[in-house]
Design a protein around this ligand. Structure first.
Ligand SMILES: [Fe+2]
Length: 253
């Protein structure tokens, strides 16, 4: 974590090995003059450029936590990994894996910002959305969302994992923000039910957080970039689902 947290910072998440999207987002952050970044995990998994992303993240000053895929990359044997994790693992050196191993599951940024990937207790659970069989993710009833925030002493709570940019103000004034995904704008998953998530834009997405008059405010930034090289890498790995997501923001065009 940075020694002196800023009251204006960027939150990025779910880069998923997409180095061209990450470069575009970092350029945008630099261009608007923001110098502090937090990163909510799932950095490398995917049939893209995991090694390039690891090298970029390891040399850039930002507060990183780990996501479920980061954990699986260091906990599982490659033969037991899913194809996206295995494709990333193939590109990584021991130093990259050591960096992943050192990332915390959750974090604090300054006094009143809490960071997690999924929820405070799980890197695989969705905080604000729920899956139903064969459908796209939908917003959960508010009681379920509020219950997860019990005991989190932070005015601003940041989570990733769903890849859906969303801001939700709890009844007591705390703000939960999911900054969306830098590198993977759509996916399908089979747990706990088969479901899909589609942002309907190929643009990279992140959030800017600012404390104004004692309250946190969020704005989302969508950054267009040329996804052609990443689409090509996905196709070389036989991943038409990834190629479609990166080219269009849809899994089912
Ligand atoms: Fe993810």
């Amino acid at each position: 974590m940075r020694a002196r947290p800023s009251e204006t910072f960027a939150a990025i998440s779910d880069v998923h090995g997409n180095s061209d999207a990450l470069r575009a987002v970092l350029d945008d952050i630099d261009r608007i003059g923001i110098t502090a970044i937090v990163n909510l995990g799932d950095h490398l998994s995917g049939p893209l450029a995991a090694r390039e992303v690891a090298d970029l993240l390891m040399t850039r000053d930002m507060a990183c936590i780990r996501g479920n895929h980061d954990r699986w990359l260091v906990e599982m044997e490659p033969s037991a990994m899913g194809p996206s994790d295995r494709a990333a693992h193939r590109q990584l050196d021991p130093a990259h894996l050591e960096w992943l191993r050192g990332l915390p599951a959750t974090g604090r940024y300054g006094r009143d910002v809490f960071l997690c990937h999924g929820t405070p207790d799980s890197d695989t659970a969705y905080w604000m959305e729920e899956a139903s069989n064969g459908a796209t993710l939908t917003l959960k009833p508010s009681d379920g969302i509020e219950a997860i925030a019990d005991g989190i002493d932070a005015a601003l709570i940041l989570c990733g994992h769903t890849h859906i940019p969303r801001a939700l103000r709890l009844r007591d004034g705390r703000l939960i923000v999911s900054p969306g995904s830098v590198g993977c704008p759509a996916y399908s998953d089979d747990a706990p039910f088969a479901h899909v998530m589609q942002t309907a834009t190929p643009d990279a997405c992140y959030a800017v957080l600012e404390k104004r008059h004692g309250r946190w405010a969020v704005s989302f930034r969508y950054v267009p970039y040329d996804s052609g090289r990443m689409v090509g890498l996905a196709r070389e790995s036989g991943r038409e689902d990834w190629a479609s997501a990166l080219a269009t923001g849809w899994i089912r065009p």
